[in-house]
Design a binder for this molecule. Structure first.
Ligand code: GLA
Length: 380
């Protein structure tokens, strides 16, 4: 199916949101803490069963193209976005759940490659829709986990669980303090008044993003392996203290040390941020955002000049409490805590300076913590 399906009377519509991460970058695959929230920007997926046993058709309105596949002949595609879908279908089939032929039409207002997890939104929306359409009986956590597995096997990014968890579990007005080791979580109310969360989209995605992501994960594993020689019972960087890490500094090598040190400190910052939000200490929230960005830039080295430029740009502006790059890295969006009365001026100033520096028109969005994936039946 390259074109829009001729007979399409959808039975259900799934709304699958993107996410921001307030703090806690690259801690999820190290079994640490994260503090993400689902946002209003989302992918909408319409589904119908098409009566066939195995023939499936997916059409993207944004790309104005689609593809077909056979449930008994699943294989990764050369086209990246197709793999998010095929990967989820593959994980469901692998579990032994029975799917039938279906058609799906996608439409998104979530910018792609902007660090807002359009990929997790697509995976989780697909899992949610198929679960409903074919009565698979999957619970939310199972859908989160199989969406994450799809990214590992079909897309090739060894991601943590944060994005899928935030997209599915999000709650309006709250961020999720998630312990990625136990998967226990606490909903933290977000009252930032009079400040607002403004995202500035750098509109750059450095192609390092996916390869360097896996490199960072491996470097953390290497650091852990060195630590284990002295502390054999360690299971993850989550259990490592600053003094344990320092005791292995000399044998670890500078890069590995800095990666691990960032993870330890970032975990601490997540807990501090959750506490600051509970106490409505917005100055502290802002300070932690800046500190986290410095770590991302200097120690974990997953920032880029464009993100650094936009974060640095805010530093002399008293109406802005803090800023940092959000998401996996190498571009995407910066997250800024901006006084409500200054938002328009800030966006205008940042747009101008960024245009002068990089000849790129940035995009700006205000985001609100929103509800996670939802599904509604269509009355035909
Ligand atoms: C990507 C991954 C997440 C997480 C972040 C970095 O978004 O999908 O699992 O590791 O990067 O915090």
């Amino acid at each position: 199916m390259k074109g829009f399906p001729t007979y399409f009377t959808p039975e259900l519509v799934v709304a699958s949101p993107g996410r921001i991460n307030l703090i806690g970058e690259h801690t999820d695959y190290n079994m640490g803490y994260v503090l993400p929230a689902a946002i209003e920007k989302k992918i909408s997926l319409q589904f119908q069963r098409n009566g066939s046993q195995k023939n499936c058709r997916v059409f993207s309105k944004n790309f104005n193209t689609g593809f077909e596949f056979d449930l008994s002949l699943l294989a990764p595609s050369q086209v990246t976005w197709e793999n998010y879908i095929l990967g989820v279908v593959h994980e469901i089939v692998k579990r032994g759940d029975r799917l039938g032929g279906f058609d799906c039409v996608l439409e998104s207002d979530l910018p792609i490659g902007s660090g807002l997890s359009s990929s997790a939104a697509l995976e989780c929306g697909m899992a949610y829709g198929l679960n409903q359409l074919f009565n698979l009986g999957l619970d939310k956590l199972e859908m989160v986990k199989l969406s994450q597995a799809a990214e590992h096997t079909y897309v090739g990014t060894q991601c943590g669980i944060m994005d899928q968890f935030a997209s599915v579990m999000g709650k309006a007005g709250h961020a999720i303090l998630l312990d990625c080791r136990s998967l226990d979580y606490e909903m933290i109310p977000i009252n930032l008044n009079p400040y607002k969360i403004i995202l500035l989209n750098t509109k750059v995605v450095h192609n390092l993003a996916s390869s360097e992501y896996n490199v960072r994960k491996r470097q953390c594993e290497e650091g852990l392996a060195v630590l284990r020689r002295r502390y054999p019972t360690l299971k993850s960087l989550r259990e490592v203290t600053g003094s344990m890490l320092d005791s292995c500094k000399a044998i670890m090598g500078d890069i590995t040390y800095r990666r691990c040190d960032f993870v330890l400190k970032e975990n601490e910052r997540v807990l501090q941020m959750a506490e600051a939000l509970k106490q409505n200490n917005l100055q502290k929230v802002g300070q932690l955002l800046y500190e986290a960005h410095e770590g991302i830039r200097k120690d974990y080295e997953v920032s880029c000049v464009e993100s650094d430029f936009l974060v640095d740009f805010t530093k002399d502006l008293p109406e802005i409490l803090g800023a940092r790059q959000t998401g996996g890295g190498f571009g995407g969006c910066t997250l800024n805590l901006v006084h409500g009365s200054f938002v328009d001026e800030f966006i205008a100033m940042a747009t101008l300076s960024y245009q002068e520096a990089y000849t790129i028109d940035l995009e700006a969005y205000e985001v609100l913590p929103s509800q996670g994936t939802s599904c509604s039946m269509v009355q035909n």
